[in-house]
Design a protein around this ligand. Structure first.
Ligand code: PLP
Length: 465
């Protein structure tokens, strides 16, 4: 498979290079030049397959020029062997039509493990036998940092530098990062906010001197390989609920539009998806864009679901590109306008294209708590805040009664104990596999929030390209 940039001015790459590159050189995001198509018979053939076998079938067309099927199977077996549930992403039934797809059985208890565990192995595989060295730099407000660190800790040819805002992440979140003591893991607490940390990371990618000395790459969901890995669980769940003979709807708690874009890819590949519900919290730019075409940023309101507290959803660009005739230069111009004014209108083609598959909703704090209470009282299930927002939107969505609705459960409730306890009266316990988190040794350095301090720190420790 070849990959092209959404802005039309970067070279086409194969899967290996797209994985190592992350962002395209023209500022765009990589997408496959065409969507592989699965026939009804292909989808029917997934029935009864394990998660790993499903993953091999679904991802094979995307990686074909860079990995053999046997190599892909080996990497998937390693990545998903670390999950604590045999089904990897099990389905749980809440009532006659609502289901949860539990994506939090990986090592760091959030759905980001599903993609990052594989991405870490892909990096290592693609660097092996070369003299290339990868320097991963990222900023995190919580889940991404721990999932990325766990995925690359101890892997050859890779160093990871993860910035988090000092004393502004929860104890569980910090310890999930700072108790990983592998020598290639570097945790930096910035004396500033998450936005300061993120701005510094962006500046490093754009700094010709720094980016020239080190092969820096990103692990956020602009990386195509992450989205690809997430397509798998849409197939896995839908097949268990009757696909290809029955259509299924999904409700997705959405931040950067990565997870729900993977659902869109599954639909483009032929999976019968009746609806994709984009669930947002009060930071509702995506709900406004999908319901009225208004994609304009405001200020971020902190909520109990921090992974959805966003202003700009990077992956939305991939959808706009695919919906409007894949016209790179036109999209580049639309995005330049957006970057200048922080606002844009979707074109008619974009709006109408999205309306056939997507619905959206905005869920406030009270509605989120009600969804937690409902799931607890009706099905004895504890939901984390992100999942509760997805379920609240699913229950309000206008979807034909015969269609099962699957809400993606993106984090374990124990990662967010206070809001869960407030809504249900029950304090979730940390699973045994990370139960000694508070007894482990921590290691991290505190740095001032200045570009020179941070790049100096990284330059002393990273290996040149
Ligand atoms: C990252 C995250 C999300 C948002 O996913 P996107 O792919 O950014 O839309 C939702 N819930 C949790 C728990 C997350 O960690």
């Amino acid at each position: 498979m070849r990959y092209q940039s959404t802005r039309g001015a970067a070279p086409e790459l194969d899967f290996r290079d797209v994985t190592l590159a992350g962002l395209a050189k023209d500022g765009g995001l990589y997408v496959p030049v065409e969507w592989p198509r699965f026939s009804e018979a292909d989808i029917a053939g997934l029935a009864g397959l394990s998660y790993v076998e499903t993953a091999v079938r679904v991802m094979a067309p995307f990686v074909a020029d860079s990995l053999s099927e046997a190599e892909l199977r080996d990497l998937c077996a390693q990545a998903y062997g670390r999950f604590s549930h045999d089904a990897v992403t099990p389905l749980v039934q809440l009532d006659h039509r609502h289901f949860l797809l539990e994506l939090f059985h990986g090592p760091t208890l959030a759905f980001k493990d599903v993609a990052l565990q594989l991405l870490g192995l892909l990096f290592e595989r693609f660097l092996k036998g070369t003299d290339q060295h990868l320097t991963i730099v990222g900023a995190t407000s919580g889940d991404t940092g721990s999932a990325a660190i766990d995925a690359v800790a101890g892997r050859e040819g890779i160093d990871i530098f993860m910035l988090h805002p000092h004393q502004r992440v929860s104890d569980v979140q910090r310890r999930q990062m700072t108790t990983v003591l592998a020598p290639n893991v570097h945790n930096i607490a910035i004396e500033g906010s998450f936005d300061d940390a993120q701005a510094m990371v962006k500046a490093m990618f754009n700094d010709a001197d720094f980016a020239g000395r080190f092969q820096v790459t990103a692990v956020n969901s602009i990386n195509w390989a992450r989205l690809m890995a997430q397509v798998v669980y849409y197939f896995y769940a839908a097949v268990r609920l009757g696909a290809p003979h029955r259509a299924v709807a999904f409700s997705v708690p959405t931040g950067n539009f990565g997870d729900v874009f993977a659902g869109y890819v599954a639909a483009r590949m032929g999976l019968p998806v009746a609806k994709l519900v984009v669930a947002t919290n009060v930071n509702d730019i995506l709900h406004r864009a999908l319901s009225s075409g208004d994609y304009s940023t405001g200020t971020v309101t902190p909520t109990a679901a921090p992974s959805m507290d966003i202003q700009v959803s990077s992956n939305f660009e991939r959808l706009l590109f695919d919906l409007a005739g894949r016209d790179g230069p036109a999209l580049a111009e639309q995005m330049r306008g957006f970057e200048a004014s922080r606002a844009m209108r979707l074109t008619n083609a974009q709006q109408q294209g999205a309306a056939s598959l997507f619905a959206s909703d905005r869920i406030d704090a009270g509605e989120m708590s009600q969804a937690m209470a409902w799931a607890n009282s009706r099905a004895a299930e504890l939901l984390d805040p992100h999942t509760a927002i997805g379920l609240a939107a699913a229950r309000r969505a206008n979807i034909a009664a015969e269609v099962p609705i699957v809400t993606l459960a993106t984090a374990h409730p124990a990662k967010f104990r206070d809001p869960v306890e407030r809504a249900t009266g029950i304090r979730p316990t940390l699973p045994a596999r990370i139960g000694d988190l508070f007894a482990r040794e921590e290691r991290y350095d505190v740095l001032p929030a200045t570009f020179d301090a941070v790049t100096g720190y990284i330059a002393e420790r990273a290996k040149p390209r």
